[in-house]
Design a protein around this ligand. Structure first.
Ligand SMILES: Cc1cc2nc3c(=O)[nH]c(=O)nc-3n(C[C@H](O)[C@H](O)[C@H](O)COP(=O)(O)OP(=O)(O)OC[C@H]3O[C@@H](n4cnc5c(N)ncnc54)[C@H](O)[C@@H]3O)c2cc1C
Length: 366
């Protein structure tokens, strides 16, 4: 059984190739569409939001009837239906309580599109935008908004000494410079005292007050591991990721048939990213197929610094690509011509034709 659909294509293809007999795969996924997170901050400002929602359907074309059961629902500690499994893969990623710009809390594509359009409207109407959180989502959103609407005031408030604090000092400095060049005011080592706007202002923890008619919170993504607390409480780390063995089996001797991968797995990565999630997915595929054929899992995952390469946009036509191993950094600037940040490649990756979607999703998940 798999939670999270993104890994399913590679898993199913792999499993079907090596397991002669049909295996039954159950996928449980909350949302109707794959949410392409990379483009969300951009589509909070620029209107091509439908491209962020990729249909899952084409992924499974050609899979024989009955081999995959696809359930649109939420795995929970208590639920109406219990699904037995021989092997379980947990790939529930991370969530953001505030939703946009990091995640879209929308069961259906129509809802997700509406949420992004609401955000675009709010940013268009605001005169004093305050963005809280100077990680990639906050930096990108503040920069895009100020680039598109240079007459507005945009302020980025960040609690650390530098924006992009999880990355190397050179990227931190380049990101700050990019924000300065656009005219985004950056306030460091500060946070908001409350999340509400009062009399056209917000109050910072220091007591300082700044004008604000739109507050966008870009802090606090959390690994989605709460439903595992009952299954393997000892495996939950202080940062609520799930501890794993090098084989990506959950770190609990009683549960050798449970595997974890992606943002929810505690694999020692400072900046969880899609490349490492995909590689972990492949390790899990390999090990699960071995386990299903009566062999012990042998593939292991070790983080590789090259997986952490990032392309940070700094306004609508500029980006910085960066990679580093904690000691040395390599980065370069580029002019960007594509306003939509090239999501077509992601659609193709999921076997979907950009941007064709016969969306029939309905609200279902409670
Ligand atoms: C704004 C933003 C920009 C990013 N940009 C980049 C980038 O440029 N490059 C890069 O490499 N990485 C980037 N990332 C990181 C990348 O998105 C993640 O590392 C990657 O998506 C992790 O994949 P995952 O499969 O672990 O989790 P996710 O992609 O989060 O997938 C988890 C899935 O599990 C489902 N789910 C969760 N809980 C449940 C439940 N209880 N029951 C059923 N289903 C559930 C969710 O609906 C979701 O579909 C970005 C992230 C964000 C937020």
């Amino acid at each position: 059984m798999l939670q999270k659909a993104g890994l399913i294509a590679s898993f199913v293809a792999y499993a079907f190739r090596f397991l002669g007999d049909p295996c039954r795969v159950v996928v449980i996924e909350l949302y109707s569409h794959f949410h392409f997170t990379w483009v969300l901050p951009r589509f909070c400002v620029v209107g091509q939001e439908h491209k962020a929602f990729i249909p899952y359907g084409p992924f499974l074309k050609g899979v024989p009837e009955g081999w995959v059961r696809w359930i649109r629902d939420r795995v929970a500690k208590k639920s109406r239906e219990q699904i037995p499994y021989a092997l379980l893969v947990i790939a529930t990623g991370a969530g953001a309580a505030e939703g946009l710009p990091s995640r879209v809390a929308a069961d259906t594509k129509a809802e997700g599109v509406a949420l992004l359009q609401d955000m675009q409207r709010s940013i268009k109407e605001a005169q004093h935008l305050v963005v809280v959180g100077g990680g990639a989502a906050g930096v990108e959103l503040a920069a895009d908004a100020k680039h598109k609407y240079p007459e507005k005031h945009a302020t980025l408030v960040h609690s650390r000494e530098a924006v992009m604090h999880r990355f190397g000092p050179e990227l931190q400095a380049a990101a700050l410079q990019g924000l300065n060049d656009l005219g985004v005011a950056t306030i460091l080592q500060e946070g908001t005292a409350t999340n509400s706007i009062a009399e056209g202002q917000i109050t910072l923890q220091s007591g300082r007050r700044i004008k604000c008619d739109l507050l966008v919170n870009c802090t606090g993504q959390n690994p989605s591991s709460s439903f595992v607390a009952g299954l393997a409480p000892e495996a939950i780390s202080p940062t609520v990721t799930i501890r794993v063995k090098p084989t990506l089996q959950v770190q609990d001797e009683k549960l050798p048939n449970v595997y974890v991968c992606g943002d929810v797995a505690a694999v020692g990565i400072d900046n969880p990213n899609a490349r490492s999630a995909m590689r972990q997915g492949m390790v899990v595929c390999y090990n699960v197929v071995r386990a299903a054929t009566g062999c012990s899992p042998t593939k292991t995952y070790k983080p590789f610094w090259g997986e952490g390469v990032i392309k940070l946009t700094l306004g609508l036509d500029k980006s910085i690509s960066h990679m580093g191993d904690g000691k040395t950094e390599l980065w370069w600037q580029s002019r960007e011509k594509s306003l939509d940040l090239m999501p077509a490649e992601a659609w193709k990756h999921l076997s979907a034709k950009p941007f064709e979607d016969d969306d029939k999703s309905e609200k279902k998940v409670e």
